[in-house]
Design a protein around this ligand. Structure first.
Ligand SMILES: Cc1ncc(COP(=O)(O)O)c(C=O)c1O
Length: 424
């Protein structure tokens, strides 16, 4: 086996020489293949469908343009994500504006740019929107509902238990009141429901049950107030592989099954089969991403714990601290060296929780070795921070043996760009 790892046909040692570390590397062909898989498998002869990329997973101008080229729509959740889409010339009618707490400014932006759908979270937000809407554009709305499905995933990435901050419970009478308030205001066009039950889900049944509950809710709404639901958006959450413990289900098999279930159930409930959307983020980018770090050294503590120190930190890799997420990594310049010692990989941040990988067997690292962490394409660059005034890494796309910079590494000048002197 070759001793040096290559990603998208480019040796990691070349990437390090050209762009330095820490470095986020995205395999462009993998992202495109994942987009294609979602589009081609999320299809059914009797159900109209749409695939929306959840940009919170990983977004910048180049990524936005790639998503447009691949034919997916875009989920944005903030003014910043929407602004990125605007600057990337993403078609606004394919943008879904989400968020449980959109500010007046963000709602105003959504109206100004005439986004395709605004997803309402709660009655207060709808009232805010009512004060802003003008005559030149009739917003199409979805309502985020919460079907109370328990997805078995980390507490922080579950979104539909009864205490979740997201959306309106299908069990609450307030939800029906809100639907009636929306549909009785002729300045809006109500299209249907959105939900998102959580992230990194490996149980097909959680999605099937969600679809079932939503369709039953559609039937209840139809029989109670005579309202036909045109669209249901089932959100994202499809699991990705981080380590050998993860076993995502096959979307090629599952999506047609899910859509067929929706078709059959809507027939038997005697309601119109709605258009169905999904909103994957992680499923599109997680496994396409790698983080390259330079190893500076190791340390064995008095208590016998072995650390590997790398030139990044929780500022560019927060998911281990946040969700106890697990990762696989290799020494990318010495693939053939035997993994002999158990290490904890840590970085430069002044926190004991600054852990990149808690326990991993690696070859004994040498100074300047290159640690490559796998599956860092989702919620890494997008969750990175400047804690400890650390600089955010560059992002590089690799494909067919070529690399190109899509986000520059931050500089110390960037860190100060918004700072003002105290003066006298
Ligand atoms: C509303 C919504 N849609 C889609 C997603 C994407 O989820 P995932 O990246 O797990 O596919 C999220 C993630 O938090 C979300 O909140």
């Amino acid at each position: 086996m070759q001793d040096i790892l290559s990603i998208g046909g480019v040796l990691v040692t070349e990437l390090k020489d050209k762009y330095q570390t820490p470095l986020y590397v995205m395999d462009e062909s993998k992202i495109r293949a994942n987009c294609n898989l979602m589009l081609t498998s999320f299809k059914h002869p009797n159900v109209s469908t749409e695939v929306i990329y959840a940009s919170k997973a990983f977004l910048n101008l180049a990524m936005c343009q790639l998503i447009h080229q691949e034919g997916l729509s875009l989920d944005v959740v903030s003014g910043g994500e929407l602004y990125t889409a605007v600057k990337a010339l993403f078609p606004m009618d394919k943008v879904y504006m989400h968020g449980n707490n959109k500010s007046i400014d963000e709602l105003y932006m959504a109206l100004e740019y005439k986004v395709g759908r605004i997803v309402i979270d709660n009655p207060d937000e709808f009232k805010r929107l009512q004060t802003l809407v003008k005559e030149d554009y009739k917003p199409h709305l979805l309502l985020r509902i919460n079907p109370g499905i328990e997805a078995h995933t980390h507490e922080y990435i579950k979104t539909t238990n009864h205490t979740s901050k997201f959306g309106m419970s299908i069990f609450s009478p307030e939800t029906l009141d809100l639907i009636q308030a929306i549909t009785s205001d002729s300045r809006f066009s109500f299209q249907g429901f959105h939900t998102h039950i959580g992230s990194q889900i490996f149980e097909e049944n959680a999605f099937i049950e969600t679809a079932t509950e939503i369709l039953k809710y559609c039937q209840m709404i139809q029989s109670k107030i005579g309202l036909m639901i045109h669209e249901i958006n089932l959100g994202g959450g499809f699991g990705a592989t981080y380590t050998s413990e993860d076993h995502p289900f096959d979307l090629n098999v599952f999506f047609p099954r899910l859509l067929d279930h929706i078709y059959q159930l809507s027939q038997s409930l005697n309601i119109k089969t709605p258009k169905v959307m999904i909103e994957p983020g992680r499923g599109v980018v997680a496994e396409a991403g790698y983080t390259l770090y330079t190893i500076s050294g190791t340390k064995t503590t008095f208590g016998g714990k072995n650390y590997v120190f790398v030139d990044g930190s929780m500022a560019d890799h927060i998911r281990t601290a946040l969700y106890q997420a697990k990762y696989h990594a290799v020494i990318g310049n010495r693939l053939n060296s035997a993994c002999v010692t158990q290490y904890t990989v840590t970085g430069k941040a002044c926190e004991s929780g600054d852990i990149i990988i808690k326990d991993i067997k690696l070859p004994n690292p040498l100074a300047n070795d290159l640690l490559v962490v796998y599956s860092t394409g989702a919620y890494h660059y997008s969750m990175s921070s400047n804690y400890n005034r650390l600089l955010k890494p560059a992002v590089v796309f690799v494909k067919d043996g070529q690399s190109r910079l899509v986000v520059k590494r931050e500089t110390y000048q960037d860190l100060l760009r918004n700072d003002l002197e105290l003066g006298r």
